[in-house]
Design a protein around this ligand. Structure first.
Ligand code: SF4
Ligand code: FES
Length: 256
């Protein structure tokens, strides 16, 4: 039998497929069907997988080969659309960016819906409260004066000022990893603050004053307790806690 050195220590039932070995993993998924279940419950599924596959691939195998009622969101499968954030082994991750070999496959891989948003079914939560907060910060460019008649230019340095927060894909991994958000669903949350940051520091935008007012609310930026869960969870590598700190500083030093 030939196995790759890079494969993890494999549990039982290793199977040869050419030069690469697949092995049996257990997905422990928190299931909930609101039509029949009074409470969510855990169910185990055995799946044959390769270490180089993603958790999303394993979820597809369960859905397509074992139980078609398993419900989860996904679209691009390449870390772009932000629709498959879930708790994998207790941490918020994108299922399409988490490799099986990195998810401790020698023991059951736990998969559950993100926390803090209403659970609809299995791994699907109601995202509306999340997008309500996003809309609250006015995530669009607010120009001043008349309609522009030519390009609104900015320097490289001005563009770089908010580059990091343009990378957000609105997956909600940050907001739903935040303990303040878990206990106070009214808190705007890290993702909304990241969205506000993207425009507050854009030299072409003239809505900073209004956005900062929204963020100065008692459920705004001051609710952040700097736990860094959001930064750890972000699949885009955004330093979310640092971005929140920049918005706090802008509020403290604002002259407008
Ligand atoms: S900041 Fe990161 S974790 Fe939060 S919504 Fe955007 S991409 Fe997702
Ligand atoms: S499916 Fe699009 S980000 Fe994972």
């Amino acid at each position: 039998m030939t196995t790759l050195d890079t494969e993890p220590a494999t549990p039982a039932a290793t199977v040869d497929v050419g030069a690469v070995a697949s092995f049996t993993i257990t997905l422990r998924i928190r299931r909930f069907n609101p039509e029949v279940d009074p409470e969510p419950h855990w169910e185990d599924y055995q799946v044959q997988a390769y270490g180089s596959e993603r958790v999303l691939d394993a979820l597809h195998k369960v859905k397509w080969e074992q139980d078609g009622t398993l419900t989860f969101r996904r679209s691009c499968a390449h870390g772009v659309c932000g629709s498959d954030a879930m708790r994998i082994n207790g941490r918020n991750r994108l299922a399409c960016k988490t490799l099986i070999k990195d998810a401790s496959p020698d023991r059951p891989i736990t998969i559950e819906a993100v926390k803090g948003l209403p659970l609809l079914k299995d791994l699907v939560v109601d995202m509306e409260p999340f997008f309500d907060s996003y809309r609250d910060v006015m995530p669009f460019l607010i120009p001043s004066g008349h309609e522009p008649t030519r390009e609104n230019l900015q320097s490289r340095e001005e563009r770089a000022r908010f580059d990091e927060t343009t990378k957000c894909i609105l997956c909600a991994a940050c907001t739903t990893s935040c303990p303040v958000f878990w206990t106070d669903g009214q808190y705007l949350g890290p993702a909304a603050i990241v969205a506000a940051h993207r425009f507050i520091f854009d030299s072409r935008d003239h809505g900073a004053r209004e956005r900062l007012e929204v963020l100065n609310d008692r459920e705004g930026v001051w609710r952040c307790r700097t736990t860094f869960n959001c930064t750890e969870a972000c699949p885009r590598g955004i330093h979310v806690t640092a971005m929140i700190a920049e918005v706090k500083k802008a509020l403290l030093t604002r002259t407008m």
